[in-house]
Design a protein around this ligand. Structure first.
Ligand code: AP5
Ligand code: MG
Length: 190
């Protein structure tokens, strides 16, 4: 099974949920740029101060800040034998920066999670009630979906063009069913 896995999917697709499960199965760290940024906001660091407002409106945090943050995380020992990236790279500039920083072989396989828009909105509005994420509001969801389509979807051409396989997994249904589909898809691409 590929051990440098990138999860791509629209907001609410289940990237975080599935990456956390797979991280336990594979024994490689789950690295979520969104979680790291939320931590920085909560701690009130300089990065958090620069990121907070942009996250609330659903816009991307500047590439240089995010690239530096994730590069530092990837340099830790526990990422030496693989990692699950969730939410990064999120545009072509970040993908290029990552490839340049590790010599063009950063990602082994891309897992694209697909879920229809109605279900995405439903999941995010449910989470809004319990988790209180600053970007889980109806207005911001529309912006996050736009940003996904314009900034992140181009990666679905970038990686195949760079020889990195992509598996598309139906992200609807139960968490367990989606997880089984991912494990099966990765085993097939082995
Ligand atoms: P980020 O944290 O990456 O958020 P996102 O992409 O909008 O996605 P979510 O975390 O909302 O969804 P998910 O796909 O992880 O789904 P989850 O498992 O949580 O980014 C947030 C912001 O940070 C960005 O907008 C940007 O400002 C900034 N940022 C982050 N990375 C950046 C980068 N690289 N560059 C620049 N800026 C960056 O599931 C969603 C909900 O559904 C949960 O409540 C979950 O419990 C539930 N759920 C999951 N699976 C199922 C299922 N099968 N059935 C029912 N419910 C389910
Ligand atoms: Mg997430």
């Amino acid at each position: 099974m590929g051990r440098r896995i990138l999860f791509i999917g629209p907001p609410g697709a289940g990237k975080g949920t599935q990456a956390a499960l797979l991280s336990r199965t594979l024994g490689v760290p789950h690295i979520s740029s969104g979680d790291m940024l939320r931590e920085a906001v909560a701690e009130g660091t300089e990065l958090g101060k620069q990121a907070g407002a942009l996250m609330t409106t659903g816009d991307l945090v500047p590439d240089d800040l995010v690239v530096a943050m994730v590069a530092q995380r990837l340099a830790k020992d526990d990422a030496a034998c693989g990692f699950l990236l969730d939410g990064f790279p999120r545009n072509l500039e970040q993908a290029d920066a990552l490839d340049r920083s590790v010599g063009g072989d950063a990602i082994g396989i891309v897992v694209l999670l697909t879920v229809d828009d109605d279900e995405l909105v439903h999941r995010i509005m449910q989470r809004a009630v319990i988790a209180g994420r600053s970007d889980d509001s109806e207005e911001t969801i529309v912006r996050r979906l736009e940003v996904f389509r314009s900034e992140t979807e181009p990666l679905l051409r970038y990686y195949p063009e760079h020889g990195v396989p992509t598996v598309t997994v139906d992200g609807s249904g139960s968490v367990e069913d989606v997880f089984s589909r991912i494990v099966m898809a990765l085993a097939t691409e082995r």
